[in-house]
Design a protein around this ligand. Structure first.
Ligand code: ATP
Length: 605
């Protein structure tokens, strides 16, 4: 049980740990020889003992009696100057030090707000289970009301049972993925055989855990350089969970998600925020209805798989933990008793404005307890055949290893001038260090375009009571940065046949995620000459799901394009609208409803 290995000697009487005879490790040197050797040193001979410590026998003065002990102990405060006090004045070291501190640093003049200090210290010292911000903790502790339909769910003979379950799950939209058919056995075994040693170790660990009748939830983090087969393993893990887990055949036994929309598309999942309804600012409790929907879904969901973990911060991990606790109702176990598998390469992009996942959160002195519960696996063999040499160079750079001459030559051969880039790769994506440079580049492309359409945001200001107020708000709005306006610029230029990148997640299940690139192929105008619709041809469209098909069908009814052509703008419904704004490399599409929530103003078009 404890993997204790025994051999024959264990059962014999022979003492295998007999004391080692002293002679075995002490050298046999005759006494006379050793004395001669010592006599030959410079420090000692038969007549004379050399004294090498002149201070020997001098007893050092006790700190208590040394009148300059304070100055000597803190040279930075006293700047090497001894202090004299008037006769009769009794000064303790503490009084001296605080007086010096006040003299050198004015902050020390104000008496400390001890209550505040104690409060901060207490917050810092709280245990992890208690140290979430109050609202996160509240969310974790909110147990849902009993589900009125529970009896119906539990009754397997009820005809309504599966319909009802489906209807409830439908409400969760893309989060509840209908279970795909399992792979044929031969294909599954073939893939398992293909896995290399490290991949196999990880996969077998997952399988053995699932098959263990006394299993307890486990958390895994696996990592490795680009091309080491992370996605390959994720796909197999998904299959394993569906295969070896009790399931009603309705939904998958896993929820797959990623930190970004683009990464989510790669594993056919959604973003973490969407999957667990975590808003960007803070964690709000789920409504009773939604909590029930999640519980219906999580009846068979056993694992949460999160890809591109490097971009997820410690705060978000704690929110995920709280949310899962709320959903499963198990508040005592990490992640509500679910398996959690994190995948990513921590040398890649760190989270934006957040603490990396392995560090302790701000305001917390207790370490990253959640993170410490993860078992670590490393896949180190690059399996990707294409560009193997180049990819090994990148891995070496990531590991901080030195490149050899040949690798340096290969790396340097990839450098091109701006001019060469224009010639060889006019539609390649350019990366710049700052937004300012992006805008500059985009403007240069736009200014040379012959047929461009400029679209100006039509802002409607509500709640202003006078013209001055409106003018003031308008001026303020135009000065706001793109971050403050939810990515909506004031002016956008549209040029057909130019490549645009979507910079927000419109529909991750459709591949319309932040980062998807496509060519603008068609613009439609209304009677007032404003852009009403636009059509984009996605470069990396490989989706073939329901949403994509219906969206494409809608597109084709009005515009004949290729199979990958998508109309990006939703129908303009009364009471809502659409926002279409962006620039050449950044293309933003917002629904006004969402904008109104964020900024209290309406920006149409
Ligand atoms: N054991 C294997 N046998 C054969 N091919 C494999 C194996 N593992 C991975 N591959 C192949 O290697 C390529 C790279 O794998 P994969 O995309 O899973 O790597 P990755 O770590 O996710 O890469 P990235 O970090 O760039 O996304 C894929 O074509 C995959 O099919």
């Amino acid at each position: 049980m404890y993997d204790i290995k025994v051999d024959e000697s264990f059962f014999n009487d022979n003492q295998i740990h007999d004391e080692i005879p002293q002679d075995d490790f002490s050298e046999h040197i005759p006494v006379e020889d050793s004395l001669t050797a010592q006599q030959q040193t410079l420090l000692w001979n038969e007549e004379h003992y050399l004294r090498i410590a002149p201070g020997e026998d001098n007893v050092p003065q006790s700190l208590l009696f040394d009148e300059h002990a304070e100055e000597l102990s803190f040279p930075a405060i006293y700047l090497g100057q001894f202090r004299n006090f008037r006769d009769g004045v009794k000064v303790t070291p503490f009084m001296m030090a605080s007086s010096e501190l006040r003299r050198s640093d004015r902050r020390a003049v104000t008496p400390l707000d001890m209550q505040k200090v104690i409060e901060i210290s207490r917050n810092l010292c709280r245990e992890d289970g208690l140290n979430d911000e109050p609202e996160v903790q509240n969310v974790a502790n909110i147990a849902s009301e009993p589900n009125p339909f529970q009896n119906l769910y539990n009754n397997p003979l009820s005809e309504m049972n599966s319909d009802l379950r489906l209807a409830v799950l439908n409400k969760l939209g893309t989060i509840a993925k209908k279970r795909e058919n399992l792979m044929p056995n031969t294909e599954f075994y073939e893939l398992m055989r293909m896995a290399n040693d490290k991949q196999k170790e990880l996969l077998l660990h997952v399988i053995s855990n699932l098959l263990n009748p006394n299993r307890s939830p486990f958390q895994i983090f696996f990592t490795g350089p680009a091309g080491c087969g992370k996605t390959f393993v994720i796909k197999l893990i998904m299959e394993i969970y569906n295969r070896y887990n009790e399931n009603d055949g309705c939904c998958n036994s896993y929820i797959a998600c990623a930190s970004t929309g683009k990464a989510a598309v790669a594993i056919d999942g959604t973003t973490v925020h969407t999957a667990l309804k975590i808003s960007l600012s803070r964690l709000l409790p789920l409504s009773t209805e939604v909590a029930h929907q999640y519980r219906a879904l999580f009846k068979y969901v056993k694992v949460l798989i999160i890809d591109e973990i490097s971009m997820i911060g410690a705060e978000l991990l704690s929110q995920i933990d709280s949310r899962l606790k709320q959903i499963t109702g198990d508040f005592k176990t990490n992640f509500g008793g679910l398996d959690v598998i994190l995948i990513g390469d921590l040398r890649q992009l760190p989270p934006v404005r957040a603490t990396p996942i392995y560090k302790q959160q701000k305001q917390k002195i207790v370490g990253p307890i959640l993170w410490r519960g993860f078992r670590f696996f490393e896949l180190d063999q690059v399996m990707r055949q294409a560009n193997q040499e180049f990819s090994s160079i990148l891995t070496k750079i990531g590991n901080g290893q030195q490149l050899n001459d040949q690798e340096l030559i290969l790396l340097e051969s990839r450098f091109v001038t701006m001019q060469e880039a224009e010639e060889k790769c006019p539609h390649g994506i350019r990366l710049f260090n700052t937004n300012k440079d992006v805008t500059k580049y985009n403007n240069r492309i736009l200014s040379t375009a012959p047929n461009k359409t400029t679209s100006i945001a039509k802002d409607v200001f509500v709640g202003c009571t006078s013209a001055e107020q409106t003018a003031f708000v308008r001026q303020k709005l135009y000065k706001m940065s793109l971050i403050d306006t939810g990515g909506l610029p004031y002016e956008t230029v549209f040029v057909p046949n130019v490549f645009y990148m979507i910079t927000t997640n419109i529909d991750v299940s459709d591949g319309l995620a932040n980062g998807a690139v496509g060519k603008l192929v068609h613009l439609e105008f209304n009677d007032e000459g404003d852009i009403e619709d636009l059509v984009k041809e996605l470069i990396d469209a490989e989706k073939n799901n329901q949403n994509f098909v219906s969206r494409t069908a809608r597109t084709h009814s009005r515009f004949t394009g290729s199979r990958e052509t998508l109309r990006l703008v939703k129908e303009n419904k009364p009471g809502s609208g659409f926002g279409v704004l962006g620039n050449v490399l950044k293309f933003v599409l917002y629904e006004v409803e969402e904008l109104l929530k964020q900024h209290g103003h309406e920006a149409i078009k």
